[in-house]
Write a protein that binds this ligand. Sequence first.
Ligand code: TXA
Ligand code: MG
Length: 321
Amino acid sequence: MVRIGTDWKHAAALLMRGALVALPTETVYGLAGRSDDPTVLRRIYAAKNRPGNNPLILHCANLDMVREVAHLDGEALQLAEAFWPGPLTLLLPRREGVLDEACAGLPRVAVRIPDSEQFRAVIAAVGVPLAAPSANMSGYVSPTRAEHVLAGLGTRVDHILDGGPCTAGIESTIVGWNADGVGEVYRLGALTQQVLADQTGRPYPLHQPDLQRPEAPGALAHHYAPHTPVCIDLPQPGDAWVTWSERAAEWSGEPGVHHHRLSATGDLAEAARNLYAALIELDGSGVKRICIEPFPESGLGEALRERVQRAAARPQNSSAA
Ligand code: TXA
Ligand code: MG
């Protein structure tokens, strides 16, 4: 039996002994394990059915711990000081000693300091960074509540620390630097490109992966998709209609359409907080399709659009790695 608990010291003791424990962060729940044990790292990939070429994020308690695994200076340090602890992941040159299993053998390692004080206390107690991908089966929607982890991973996880619903609700923004030293966003997320640019005075364009030779090919296989088809069409009877804008919230609805409001006031942060929970809940509700009102092409809307597009693009009958 997987136990859901609220005692972070118990979670830390289990992690220390090599267990896999789901921990809450401000973005989504992570499937954590100690990053200095190759067996633990391999168990993380196996539990999620995650391709081995899709590297993990190392979660650190503080900057000193980050420096034990990565080189942090220049603009990266500027962003780290501004946004950590918080929903920002940096791709940094790895130090010797970082296990290949943690970064899929790549020269850079992904690192972040999560906002949750409890998560940081757990990391500090374990004493080494915790590798933690989102605590879902690979390809499925990320969990934002402890119950989602239990429903998705079941006995593949040893313990779940319940910290209530995640406050941001979508994954961290990933930033890395190209060979010319230009900062790029590898994954849109809870921190917008504008907020990053306001901090350093430089733009952070989206990284364009070389599709012939992508750096982290496993990342391309991610779909964030429920089993029920997702679309951005208007709903038909039998469908769910997921909305965020004030105008759509007032819509009285057509018969047979299940209206689900992520926000009643057009608040995108609230919509982000509720999106994954809505997808997971509707996935088990028997609706024919999950139709989602298009998100705006700016700010947090960009990250939400991207998640919905990926969910909608899920190839039929794919086992979505
Ligand atoms: O908000 C988050 O980031 C959550 C919480 C738990 O911290 N974690 C999360 O982890 O979303 P995961 O494993 O689901 O997504 C990590 C992403 C993957 O798309 C992976 O390809 C990318 O980070 N990544 C990790 N290391 C990388 C590297 N060296 N180069 C390029 N991409 C990398
Ligand atoms: Mg994930």
